[in-house]
Design a protein around this ligand. Structure first.
Ligand SMILES: *Cc1c(COP(=O)(O)O)cnc(C)c1O
Ligand SMILES: *[C@@H]1O[C@H](CO)[C@@H](O)[C@H](O)[C@H]1NC(C)=O
Length: 561
């Protein structure tokens, strides 16, 4: 029975093929050979163009369609004028004149002073410049930003800076003391993160962004070597923007996967589904910046091992709290090299390492990975050029100051600081939980406490807190604000003052929950409700321009007319 059926089907398929062939031949009867060839090549080219237009792109089809749509809509005659006028109004607000007002009588220095100044004059100038700084971070009013900041530490690192002011790690032969310090910072970090004593390694970089970009470059070059021509990174949507920057700079495709709506942790099933033959890195954050929760590193590392994909842990924020959590009395799941499958870690010494800004470490489970990070030019006329990271010359003083802050606190100091900071964060979390009208995102396990509201626009709260001298981080998708606790917040009274201010602001807001948002908060709300993201780009670009704005040059000074 079965065989007869199969024969029948085969015969039918054959007959269909023959009839298609006849039809095609019939269609081509009137065509000449060259026409057939040209038609075939043309069709092929169109298919190929269509495929690459759809798929050979770093950005998703959806975001490109949206961008394209707004691009053309904004060019329609009437709309163009309206949009332009509105934009010009907005951009006028985003200028140094509006954002960074000087004191009366203060002007910008536009040219190199003709005559040099002595120390007294310079310090007098510097103090005048410093009179512009009105935000008092020492009082614990600012989220994140300054992580250590004690007078004692400031004294130590500036003294060390003084000794290494002219040093440069690029010249290890000239500055062997510095080389020793840098190697020790890496080794100490490897040990803190349970790296294999023989295999683990790393580099000191200029900051978290560089550490992350280097790890991405490492995996890209590894993927290239494996024959993957379009490497893909898979990141939870909560991952730091530096991964997007890396994808952009190194021509990789970034695939964002969602986080759980309640816990805010990476959706491990979505991550698994996103894996393709082009995937060259999985990652999780410990914690992620927006809501301060730990991604499930153990599960992500399992996926990495199962599919042979390297796993990066972004511990830029939590890096120098994590190794001390247990001793400080707080249990957290394992999330470093102790988890098999984790191949690299980024951790910022310039955050909870309490070092001055400009230092971070990127660590690898094995030397094999670090080699993909290096760059060597064997043929440069200036000599053989080999560097571990992006910079050529670097500040040795920053590396030495970083070493000094690690050694200054020692294990015991870090445990104490971690205990104080996490205690403060939990205290604030508990306090905020008693305030009706707001809620805490997920279950914060580290130093960040993120707040949202179902009753009112949360940016009204940040505006209210700004008026009381607080400077919090505003987050989007979903709208939220957070406080990242650092050493200044552990000082007596700061946490209570914060909770009281939030309580009073919220109760004022709750008298009229649907009122319009004003102040800086209004801008944040607007920026995330705009469907046309290119407008946000344009405003952000204007903001960066404003950072470099030194006003108009006086014509008479320059002899311009
Ligand atoms: C701060 C941070 C980074 C890196 O930021 P840098 O400003 O470049 O040091 C990366 N990831 C997370 C989660 C961070 O909080
Ligand atoms: C850490 O805290 C303990 C107990 O409060 C204290 O005895 C010790 O001196 C502290 N150590 C450092 C280095 O701050």
């Amino acid at each position: 029975m079965m065989e007869i059926n199969l024969e029948k089907i085969l015969a039918q398929v054959l007959m269909t093929l023959v009839s298609i062939k006849d039809k095609v031949n019939h269609l081509c009867l009137d065509l000449e050979a060259w026409e057939i060839i040209l038609f075939t090549i043309g069709t092929l080219l169109i298919c190929q163009w269509g495929h690459s237009a759809l798929f050979d792109h770093d950005k998703s089809i959806k975001s490109r369609l949206a961008n394209g749509f707004f691009y053309y809509v904004k060019r329609l005659p009437v709309i163009r004028t309206v949009v332009r006028n509105k934009m010009d109004d907005v951009l006028h607000e985003v200028s140094a004149e509006k954002l960074f007002q000087l004191k009366p009588g203060m002007t910008y220095m536009q040219r190199l002073p003709e005559k040099g100044k002595n120390e007294i004059e310079i310090l007098r100038d510097v103090n005048e410049y410093l009179s512009l700084d009105v935000v008092d971070w020492k009082k614990g009013n600012v989220s994140g930003t300054v992580y250590g900041g004690s007078e004692e530490l400031t004294d130590i690192i500036t003294k060390v800076y003084h000794k290494f002011a002219w040093s440069n790690p690029l010249h290890a032969d000239v500055f062997p003391a510095l080389r020793k310090m840098e190697a020790e910072v890496v080794k100490i970090s490897c040990n803190l993160f349970h790296g294999d004593p023989e295999k683990s390694c790393g580099c000191v970089t200029s900051g978290g962004t560089e550490s992350i970009m280097l790890a991405c470059k490492t995996y890209r070059d590894w993927a290239y070597e494996k024959g993957i021509s379009k490497p893909e990174l898979i990141c939870p949507i909560s991952a730091h923007a530096a991964f997007e920057k890396a994808a952009h700079c190194f021509r990789m495709k970034l695939i964002h996967i969602p986080v759980d709506a309640v816990t805010r942790k990476a959706d491990i099933h979505a991550m698994k589904r996103a894996i393709t033959k082009n995937t060259c890195m999985l990652m999780g954050s410990t914690p992620q910046f927006p809501h301060g929760v730990l991604d499930p590193i153990v599960e992500i590392a399992e996926l990495g091992k199962k599919y042979g994909i390297p796993v990066h842990v972004d511990a830029c924020l939590g890096g120098f709290l994590l190794p001390f959590m247990k001793d400080a009395g707080y249990e957290i799941p394992p999330c470093d090299f102790a988890v098999s499958g984790v191949t690299s870690i980024s951790a910022d010494t310039h955050k909870y390492g309490y070092a001055p800004k400009g230092s971070s470490v990127v660590l690898y489970s094995s030397k094999k990975w670090r080699h993909y990070q290096y760059f060597v030019s064997p043929d440069w006329q200036g000599g053989i050029y080999a560097t571990p990271m992006f910079a050529g010359s670097r500040s040795g003083a920053i590396v030495a100051a970083c070493w000094a802050s690690l050694v200054h606190f020692g294990r015991e100091g870090y445990v104490n600081n971690t205990r104080n900071i996490i205690y403060t964060a939990r205290y604030i979390e508990d306090g905020l939980k008693t305030i009706p009208g707001i809620f805490i995102f997920g279950k914060p396990e580290m130093s960040v406490v993120a707040v949202g509201s179902l009753d009112f626009d949360i940016f009204r709260l940040s505006s209210g807190l700004v008026q009381r001298g607080w400077n919090l981080n505003s987050l989007q998708f979903p709208p939220s604000i957070h406080l990242c606790c650092t050493m200044p917040h552990t000082r007596p009274g700061v946490a209570d003052r914060f909770i009281t201010d939030v309580r009073e602001c919220v109760s004022a807001i709750m008298e009229n929950p649907t009122a319009k948002t004003t102040g800086a908060g209004a801008m944040y709300g607007m920026a995330q409700s705009l469907p046309d993201r290119s407008i946000v780009n344009e405003i952000s670009t204007a903001f960066i321009d404003a950072l470099y704005d030194t006003g108009k040059e006086k014509a008479e000074v320059n002899g311009l007319h």
